[in-house]
Design a protein around this ligand. Structure first.
Ligand code: LMR
Length: 336
């Protein structure tokens, strides 16, 4: 009995000692905090550039304290796997497209509504408004904290046939991101949406598993989509932007000075990404023109109006889930 009691005491002393040793080790550890930033696009895109800029500034200003590792091109996690990895703290930072938050909040679906924003400036006004900023915090109960918006640009339709009017797209299979709104958008024009990971799109188009897609010019050019699609219709019908997110628990447990500096760096990077993204897309549009591989179709005002009318019923379909007030706030952002 006595031996048993002494043994228990010894074990508990050893356990406390070990715990102290571990906590002292981590408190005085010289190891930097590692932030793995995984994404699915090329380095030459707005998101790719943003991630590298963030890495560089962290390296300059938090050297020895924080180390950012960037994994582009789905090299660490592909679509559909990266969010799970963030929740498990296997990666600490992501910037998924706003179309990929369906499972976590219905409100962010607002960004996918077709023909909602007139241009990227309107998108920025909405993102910076109180309504836009509140969406950054809308998934904290799920363990996801939004820190910033990074814009790519408006999306263009592509196919191997000329798409001038919605009826031209009838029956064609379009690759879509995992978004119910985008699914509904293609059904509204009587096309066939197929959810597919970003990294599989090129091959899907090349082999005819899908016939068309919707992407901003930067993703078309960097994925060589223009080499497997003969026509690109400059429809500007929807948005591709990102939310930079972190694992809430990881973020809240960072030392306060580190969190403050990371926030400052990210604010600077976000301003820069959003300042450059439209220009970068225009540059990639020109490279596509120069390649001569795909023809860019410009729509007349009447033709564009037909796409708007055909896709507009999607708004009603998602109004209850998103909230009429939020939709109104986003529409307001089109006014200067
Ligand atoms: C897509 O899947 O089309 C985009 O979300 C890819 C990206 O991150 O730009």
């Amino acid at each position: 009995m006595l031996l048993n009691k002494n043994l228990k005491k010894l074990v508990s002393t050893l356990t406390v000692g070990a715990a102290l040793t571990f906590s002292s080790l981590s408190a005085f550890s010289n190891e930097p905090i590692v932030i793995k930033f995984s994404h699915v696009v090329a380095n030459e895109t707005p998101k790719g550039q943003g991630a590298l800029m963030f890495q560089k500034l962290v390296d300059e200003r938090l050297s020895g304290k924080v180390k950012v590792e960037v994994y582009p091109n789905s090299s660490l996690y592909a679509d559909g796997k990266e969010m799970e990895a963030l929740l498990l703290n296997n990666v600490q930072m992501l910037a998924p497209s706003l179309a990929k938050f369906d499972k976590y909040t219905s409100k962010i679906q607002i960004f996918d509504l077709p023909f909602l924003f007139d241009d990227i400036k309107a998108v920025e006004r909405f993102e910076q408004s109180d309504a836009g900023q509140s969406l950054l915090k809308s998934m904290e109960d799920k363990g996801i904290t939004g820190l910033a918006y990074w814009n790519n640009d408006l999306k263009q339709l592509s196919a191997n046939k000329e798409l001038r009017e919605p009826k031209d797209a009838r029956g064609l299979k379009f690759r879509v991101q995992a978004s119910e709104v985008l699914d509904a958008q293609f059904k509204a024009i009587r096309a066939v949406p197929r959810k597919m990971a970003f990294g599989e799109m090129y091959q899907g188009l090349q082999t005819g598993v899908v016939n068309g897609a919707e992407n901003p010019y930067s993703n078309i050019y960097s994925q060589k989509i223009h080499e497997v699609q003969k026509f690109i219709t400059e429809s500007n019908h929807g948005l591709l932007s990102y939310m930079v997110i972190v694992n809430t628990d990881f973020w809240n447990k960072l030392p306060e000075d580190v969190r403050t500096e990371l926030t400052k760096i990210l604010d600077e990077v976000s301003i820069e990404v959003n300042k450059q993204s439209h220009e970068l897309n225009l540059g990639d549009k020109q490279k596509i023109v120069d390649s001569g591989k795909s023809q860019i179709i410009t729509l007349t005002a009447e033709e564009r109006e037909k796409w708007r009318e055909a896709m507009r019923p999607v708004w009603k379909q998602f109004e209850a889930a998103i909230g009429a007030d939020l939709i109104k706030a986003a529409e307001e952002s089109n006014k200067q």
